[in-house]
Design a binder for this molecule. Structure first.
Ligand code: SIN
Length: 282
């Protein structure tokens, strides 16, 4: 038996069916990773992973990168709770972002497992940062290939109201880090726009005021509907996304209902700049 892969949209996303993640052999999990790198986000319905299966799956992709702000799942500190209480109007991840871009070696992928869902709503949107890069003008591509941007975890301050209990602890916040604005995917070599509205603070060497108009333009540009796809969750479904290839956005349209997801992030590596022949390394 092999995975059946069905594309979700023109630019990104694929649904994988026909096998179980629990107890899957290395070849089956390698095929999931290959699909992840090809499609940016993969969706696997009906998997119903126990915490131990979720951890085993993540460890096939690399060491677990425990998020320092999220509330851990009881008894499983490697797994973060993405929980919305019925009285919340805002949700964790309810803005376009990529996980852990504030780290020197940002998360490679995130694995979200749907535990308990509202009757309707709570979809997650994804946008392809490679499709967005290719749609930029050549002049803009070249300019962006030559700059870096600062990323900070500062936007987590105050997020304990969203249930991120660890964000109360000031010692968890770290100094900003700098990444290239256009990165090269470490496996496929694909160019990806790597700035996001939650964590990017300014272009390196530019002031915040100088950076703001260009960053605002880029955030709007890269999240246009043409670069996106949307996941409608079912209980037991698993989604895995590559944080270099895509940004994501959790929809807060289910006020009055609870939602619980379990999330594991897998450690990535420091990001390399993407260079074009027209813009060779300096
Ligand atoms: C996240 O940003 O990791 C949460 C996504 C979601 O809950 O849909």
């Amino acid at each position: 038996m092999a995975w059946t892969i069905t594309k979700m949209s023109g630019h990104l996303g694929a649904t994988l069916t026909g096998e179980a993640l629990k107890g899957a052999n290395a070849a089956a999990l390698d095929a999931v990773r290959d699909a992840l790198f090809a499609y940016g986000v993969v969706v696997l319905p009906g998997q119903f992973l126990a915490p131990e299966d979720h951890i085993r799956l993540a460890q096939h992709f690399g060491p677990i990168d425990v998020n320092r702000f999220f509330t851990p799942v009881e008894g499983h500190p490697q797994i973060a709770e993405v929980r919305t209480r019925p009285e919340q109007s805002k949700v964790i991840g309810g803005t376009w972002h990529t996980d852990h871009s504030y780290d020197a070696a940002p998360a490679m992928c995130s694995i979200l497992s749907a535990r308990s869902l509202p009757p309707v709503g709570g979809d997650t949107h994804f946008a392809s940062m490679t499709a967005a890069y290719h749609a930029l003008s050549e002049g803009m591509q070249q300019m962006l290939c030559g700059v870096q941007a600062e990323h900070s975890d500062g936007s987590f301050a105050g997020s304990e109201t969203l249930g991120l209990t660890m964000a109360k602890d000031k010692a968890r916040f770290k100094a900003p880090v700098v990444h290239p604005v256009i990165i090269r995917h470490p496996v496929t070599g694909a160019p990806c726009v790597y700035v996001n509205g939650d964590f990017t603070t300014r272009f390196d060497g530019w002031t915040v005021a100088e950076s703001a108009p260009m960053l605002a333009y880029l955030y709007r540009f890269v999240t246009q509907p043409i670069f996106t796809t949307r996941i409608r969750w079912d209980t037991g479904m698993v989604a895995i996304w590559d944080n270099r290839l895509v940004q994501h956005y959790a929809t807060a349209d289910y006020a009055g209902h609870a939602r619980l997801m379990h999330r594991i992030t897998v450690q990535g590596q420091p990001l390399e700049a993407y260079r074009t022949a027209a813009h060779p390394p300096r």
